[in-house]
Design a protein around this ligand. Structure first.
Ligand code: SF4
Ligand code: SF4
Ligand code: SF4
Length: 366
């Protein structure tokens, strides 16, 4: 259970060793108030000193700090399992960004769960989003990153021609190996999430190198191709939206996100309200309603994660019926799956070029 804001503020007022501030600079967070404290919850001081000396090999680190090889290996193993360390070409290195650390440390083996870390990570995410939005409001930046993109539920687009392999989860996992189910970092970090009693925490699925990396560090569960499709079908009952990296190749990660706790959704809601922009890229699809078939039951209204559906009086029809606010629809397909009369369908409205070629080209003008 997340503690009060007061508890977080108290943690942020404590004296902290300079090694954690030095590390915060290394992961490109020099101005962050919260980052050094997040790092402090993930490692002891000896480990912080080692991380500041990277990249290097464990053998060199042992010599440099006059430690036994066994002690250094133990530190490396623990920091690797916690998602702080990555093996690279020039030796082991520290995770390169807060986004990466959020995802790896937030989805580590549950034996490393720590309320203080989760509370501070939550505060760090909040700090990051506020900073990004404020920069746009102040005019110091004119772009916002749409790093994640919605892909629809496969059943909602199964009869549509022109669906790309990287927007159909059956294709994404077809040749994937290993496929690994992970605890979702956002759900883990938000200890007060409203969906806690109804939606499981293990909803993130990675594959290939990312899957193997997580198995190696002792987190996640390996799934077969059939098991992953079965699992994703079982998610149909939840209000979970598939999010993938916003680039035009096969995604290595399929997030299944709830609007109450997902960092991407949280950022999107704020961006939509404060700068009238989306920070999640919509899918290439949009929902529409066949007013003839709609009975006005409102199932889709409560099912939609972004309040994109309302009821209205159509001329020539009795009673109010659903319609889609096209500007707001993110194209997730959730409403299509549960409409009892089959009145809802998805339409393909954006060309393949809508998807950026590279993950580095997902900034949009605001
Ligand atoms: S983006 Fe979504 S699934 Fe991924 S870690 Fe956050 S909430 Fe979880
Ligand atoms: S779920 Fe279907 S029938 Fe019910 S209001 Fe929505 S479109 Fe109409
Ligand atoms: S109307 Fe809502 S639930 Fe339906 S596809 Fe659009 S965003 Fe998803």
């Amino acid at each position: 259970m997340r503690r009060t804001q007061k508890h977080i503020e108290k943690m942020l007022k404590r004296e902290i060793a300079p090694e954690y501030r030095e590390l915060a600079v290394k992961i490109k967070e020099p101005d962050s108030v919260v980052m050094p404290y997040v790092l402090e919850k993930l490692m002891n001081l000896e480990q912080a000193k080692i991380l500041n000396a990277l990249p290097d090999s464990p053998a060199n680190i042992a010599k440099k700090f006059n430690l036994s090889q066994e002690t250094v290996d133990k530190h490396f193993q623990e920091m690797f399992e916690k998602g702080l360390l990555y093996p690279g070409k020039s030796g082991w290195h520290l995770t390169r960004s807060w986004a990466g650390l959020h995802d790896s440390a937030g989805s580590s083996n549950p034996k490393y769960d720590s309320d203080d870390f989760f509370d501070l990570a939550f505060a760090k995410s909040d700090e990051t989003v506020k900073k990004q939005i404020n920069e746009v409001l102040k005019g110091t930046t004119k772009t916002i990153r749409q790093g994640m993109r919605v892909i629809p539920r496969w059943r909602s687009i199964k009869d549509i021609l022109g669906v790309l392999p990287n927007e159909d989860i059956r294709e994404i996992f077809k040749a994937a190996d290993p496929i690994v189910l992970l605890p979702c970092a956002c759900k883990n970090i938000d200890r007060n999430r409203k969906c806690k009693d109804t939606i499981p925490v293990t909803t993130c699925i990675v594959h290939g190198r990312a899957g193997q990396y997580n198995l190696n560090r002792g987190t996640g569960k390996k799934l077969s191709h059939d098991e992953v499709l079965e699992l994703l079908d079982s998610f149909d009952k939840y209000q979970l939206v598939h999010l993938v990296g916003n680039y035009n190749s096969m995604p290595y990660l399929v997030c299944n996100c709830h609007n109450c706790c997902c960092g991407s959704f949280y950022r999107n809601v704020r961006a939509r309200k404060q700068i009238q922009q989306f920070s999640i890229a919509k899918s290439r699809f949009i929902a529409f309603v066949d007013a003839e078939k709609c009975k006005g039951c409102k199932t889709c209204v409560t099912r939609c994660p972004v309040d994109a559906i309302q009821l209205k009086q159509y001329s020539g029809y009795e009673g109010k019926r659903a319609f889609v606010l096209e500007e707001e629809c993110i194209g997730c397909g959730l409403c299509v799956l549960t409409c009892p009369t089959g009145a809802r369908e998805m339409k393909l409205i954006r060309p393949p070029e809508y998807i950026p070629q590279l993950s580095s080209s997902t900034d949009i003008e605001v």
